[in-house]
Ligand binder design. Structure first.
Ligand SMILES: Cc1ncc(C[n+]2csc(CCOP(=O)(O)OP(=O)(O)O)c2C)c(N)n1
Ligand SMILES: [Mg+2]
Length: 576
């Protein structure tokens, strides 16, 4: 058997059933080996698209995304998407064809390992025919177990060599494999009693606690455990943008903390006397450069990785442990505390003065949250003028039109607060936020990967005109796959983020402005349905599209008003 076939067969055995890529001679055989073993191959039109599709897919499928690229330019084209995945700790394996070690004069020669390392990915390599199966198994397991983006170099001479048919260790025995897989979860257990005690004491004495859950809480499926603990101490619930939707439906949900937060959410987080980050980096975006933390607030961080604790800001203390297990242990400890105990423990839900208390959860606040915490309930002056629609008006109208079972994937730019905060999502799997590298142009492809992972949901790719035109070739992929997607473009005919960054200081803006582009016509050219929206009534055909077979993707070119930067962008500039 050739090594290229053995690599495909091994990956298929490990569970790789969906592969994204652009095929050239160097990755042709390995890709076909995967297909021969039953994997679905999704051809992207650009390698960056392939990487972003695999990234979006992995975030929703919860398994390593697989990317297959040609040697040299195939990999360099994919680098921006690989960087986003690496910074997001997306489990992903890039099968990167490479020239033979001896081909020192090859046009395609690049230093694959250096490229991987330079962007925070983990370099791996097929070292020889003899070690190929072990090499690819190690690379896949690193991606899976350590949540790393791994770039596996596949030298052409090694791929073309003969090797023995692969036998995965433990493959014959489901039991062995199950225990190996289970070990990953067991490793992240509850922290020592001392740490749980300190956390519990802080929760028991807090009057206005707020939890901010991040990607780590989402990955740990910690919603129920965090809600139980929050109920026991009267905490309000917020998330980072990456975990948006985690607490959807809770009456104590503040939605996203940080620049995206609504005025009421920001007020309440700022008013907290205790903030606990759960699997959350507590970075400048989530805390508005620290301005969401009150001067006297205690900050605690719970994470299963030691390196995450205190990485972005000082914390009063960090707790090293699995997020869900820690929340369970703290809730159990709180439940055990009864009034009058010699150790001074107080029952959760009671303040030190003996008054019954609900932490932050008063009936009055409950009423305010129900009517004020969503951005769409915040009054605003509608900028629409008949030829351009206010992005808030546009997004609220779509929020009303679209089915609740939706998945929103957002590109980067000034516009991005509108779909992120005015389109509600049913849960954390309803949101794909590829902003770890702050690159524009990744949203369409990550939406495609998300849509493939969650065909039960209506996927909305929310893009700026700049990011859309940067990645427009993947519209062909959407059409070819027949994905029932809406591609919603906030079209201000500009790199709006730059316009609003530099405009107020009087700088010339011609370099970041563009003439009008008929993106709906471009969409139709690719085979999508295309709609231009200048006022709310122009959205009427969306109703018909939703009621139809949805077999033709819908491109909405919304010509949006752009007099001012969005609220979160103004806030971000102030922060700098
Ligand atoms: C790949 C890349 N190039 C350039 C930038 C700098 N940049 C940040 S936002 C932005 C404008 C994006 O324009 P658009 O997609 O139309 O969204 P808008 O800001 O207009 O809402 C640019 C160029 C970037 N973040 N990433
Ligand atoms: Mg724009």
């Amino acid at each position: 058997m050739l090594v290229s076939e053995a690599v495909g067969a091994t990956l298929a055995d490990l569970g790789a059933d969906t592969v994204f890529g652009v095929v050239g001679s160097g990755n042709f055989h390995v890709t076909n080996a995967l297909v021969a073993r039953g994997a679905r191959f999704i051809a992207a039109r650009h390698e960056c698209g392939a990487a972003c599709m695999a990234d979006g897919w992995a975030r929703l499928a919860g398994r390593p995304g697989i990317v297959s690229v040609h040697q040299g330019p195939g990999l360099t084209n994919a680098v921006t998407g690989i960087t986003e995945a690496a910074k997001s700790r997306t489990p992903m394996l890039v099968l990167a064809a490479d020239v033979a070690a001896a081909a020192v004069r090859s046009n395609f020669r690049i230093d694959v390992a250096s490229i991987a390392m330079a962007v925070g990915a983990t370099p791996e390599r097929l070292h020889s025919a003899e070690t190929a199966v072990a090499d690819v198994t190690r690379a896949y397991r690193t991606a899976e177990r350590e949540r790393r983006t791994v770039v596996l170099a596949l030298p052409l001479d090694v791929q073309a060599a003969e090797c023995a048919r692969p036998v995965l260790p433990g493959r014959e025995s489901g039991q062995i494999m199950a225990s190996v897989v289970g070990a990953t979860a067991i490793a992240g257990g509850a922290p020592p009693a001392e740490a749980v005690g300190a956390l519990t004491a802080a929760l028991a004495s807090a009057r206005r606690p707020v939890f901010i859950a991040g990607r780590g809480a989402r990955i740990a499926s910690a919603r129920a455990d965090l809600e139980r603990l929050a109920a026991a101490c009267g905490a309000l619930l917020a998330t980072s943008a990456a975990a948006k939707g985690l607490f959807r439906g809770s009456p104590w949900d503040l939605d996203v903390s940080g620049g995206f937060a609504s005025p009421l959410a920001a007020e309440l987080i700022r008013g907290a006397d205790l903030v606990v980050g759960w699997g959350c980096a507590l970075n400048m975006w989530t805390l508005r450069h620290g301005k969401l933390i009150g001067p006297d607030a205690t900050v605690i961080q719970v994470d299963h990785e030691a390196a995450a604790l205190g990485a972005h800001r000082p914390v009063d203390f960090g707790v090293l442990g699995d997020v869900a297990a820690t929340a369970r242990a703290a809730a159990d400890a709180l439940a055990e505390q009864v009034p009058g105990r010699p150790d001074g423990g107080r029952r959760a839900g009671q303040q030190g003065d003996g008054q019954p208390a609900t932490g932050y959860r008063s009936a009055e606040l409950g009423r305010r949250l129900a009517s004020e915490v969503r951005w769409r309930d915040v009054p605003y002056v509608d900028d629409s003028d008949g030829s351009r629609i206010d992005p808030r008006t546009l997004t609220i109208a779509l929020d009303d039109l679209l089915p609740a079972e939706r998945l929103v994937a957002v590109d980067s730019g000034n516009f991005m607060g509108y779909p992120s905060m005015y389109l509600s999502v049913p849960d954390a799997d309803g949101f794909c936020f590829t902003q770890a590298y702050q690159s524009i142009g990744l949203g369409l492809a990550s939406a495609i990967g998300s849509a493939i992972a969650r065909p039960d949901r209506l996927t909305v790719a929310a893009l700026g005109d700049g990011g859309a035109l940067m990645s427009i070739s993947e519209l062909e992929t959407v059409v070819r796959l027949g994905l029932p997607m809406i591609i919603l473009i906030y079209d201000d005919e500009a790199y709006g983020a730059e316009v609003h960054h530099f405009g107020p200081d009087g700088h010339p803006l011609d370099v970041v402005r563009f003439p009008p582009t008929d993106i709906a016509a471009i969409g139709r050219g690719f085979g999508c349905a295309g709609l231009t929206v200048r006022q709310p009534g122009d959205l009427d055909p969306v109703r018909g599209w939703l009621g139809g077979p949805r077999d033709q993707p819908l491109v909405i070119d919304a010509k949006v008003t752009s007099e001012r930067g969005s609220w979160w962008l103004e806030e971000a500039f102030r922060g700098h």
